[in-house]
Design a protein around this ligand. Structure first.
Ligand code: ZN
Length: 87
């Protein structure tokens, strides 16, 4: 079977040292250097999905987690009142 080239790679978690299969897209953007329509994507396994989201969220980067392969066109700005996070 021959598929698209990108399908030949098993997507793995972006967490350093983790080789688990990715199950999530962690879409994020650094508002200081990226325009609103720029989307960076990390891949995360089930275990590290929250870790990576929190890692970015702690830096006040907008983050949007979606199922693996489900891309987004933009990552909305963080709504200050919806994080449930206390400074
Ligand atoms: Zn992982």
């Amino acid at each position: 079977m021959i598929g698209h080239p990108e399908d030949q790679l098993d997507p793995t978690c972006s967490r350093a040292g983790c080789t688990a299969a990715a199950a999530w897209n962690v879409n994020w953007r650094n508002p200081r250097i990226h325009s609103i329509d720029r989307v960076k994507v990390w891949l995360a396994c089930d275990e590290h999905r929250d870790y990576l989201r929190d890692y970015l969220g702690a830096r006040d980067f907008p983050v949007l987690v979606t199922p693996l392969g489900q891309s987004v066109e933009l990552v909305p700005d963080v709504a200050p009142s919806s994080t449930g996070r206390t400074a």
